[in-house]
Write a protein that binds this ligand. Sequence first.
Ligand SMILES: N[C@@H](CCC(=O)N[C@@H](CS)C(=O)NCC(=O)O)C(=O)O
Length: 308
Amino acid sequence: MADDLIFHHYPNSPFSEKVRVAFGLKQLAWKSVEVPNIMPKPDLMPLTGGYRKTPVLQVGADIYCDTQLIMLEIERRTPEPHLLPVGQEGEARALAMWIDRNIFWAAVGVVMGAIGDKLPEAFQKDRSDFSGRSFDPAKLKAAQPFAREQTYAHLQIAEEMLRDGRPFLLGAVASLADCALYNPVWFLQVRMGQGDAPSPLDRLPKLVEWSKKMKALGNGKPTPMTGAEALDVAKAATPAATKVDDKDPSGLKAGQKISVTPDDTGKVPVTGELVGLSADRISIKRTDERVGDVVVHFPRAGFVTAAA
Ligand SMILES: N[C@@H](CCC(=O)N[C@@H](CS)C(=O)NCC(=O)O)C(=O)O
């Protein structure tokens, strides 16, 4: 139980699909906790201390935020088959960054331009708070052609990579880069209804073929778990040991009270005591009355730290 992968997500979440397809690639068993797609998220906050994005991975009393780190953690726990192909680790991670930070948002513009006005008011308000920009269905619809052009401009780079006949972005086998690309491609495929204006994928046949191979990977073996059960698991567990690199260029030191905040959306600071620091991750310990001590782990890239 203490080693179980507990995944907090919801079915429609494209960043969650990036991880679910990695569970498929590695044929992993995991516990599936469904979280609300808007705030409040009462069974998630005791674990993350305020981080509100989807998805979150929990293993006992260790909480991993952001798919950048979640994927590294899954790889660390089950190295094979590799998400990071040997000798191409940097390429896989860099491609994922480009996809997460550029293609995803362009694809969101395409989908929301098509279906934004059909979404409940509570969702629209939540996403305004989340992004810091007003979610205005009329403006999204008007901007949709531009979003489509941008999505196509980026996706055709990926199409170009597949044009030499390789089955996956980095060669013969699927990697982190493919899981990352599947996020916006899957989002376009499942959320754009028939007649919802042309999809950028209409002119990208190699990517459509590739997406069938990604879908065939499946989602591994999920078993449902409730939010309350996940909190009980955290309460019964002890966080794993962590180490602080005291030569880190940030100058941060073990035991310091700090806050960690995403630099783009859902900018809610999480505060705690610095217990882990390396080039890839920053880990803070916090105590919550429902779950006791937990350690919350974040990637370094895309997160702002400050003395609390
Ligand atoms: N950089 C984050 C992005 C995650 C993200 O933006 N997820 C969306 C859902 S796919 C989200 O959190 N939406 C608001 C919410 O679910 O509350 C990651 O890689 O995990």
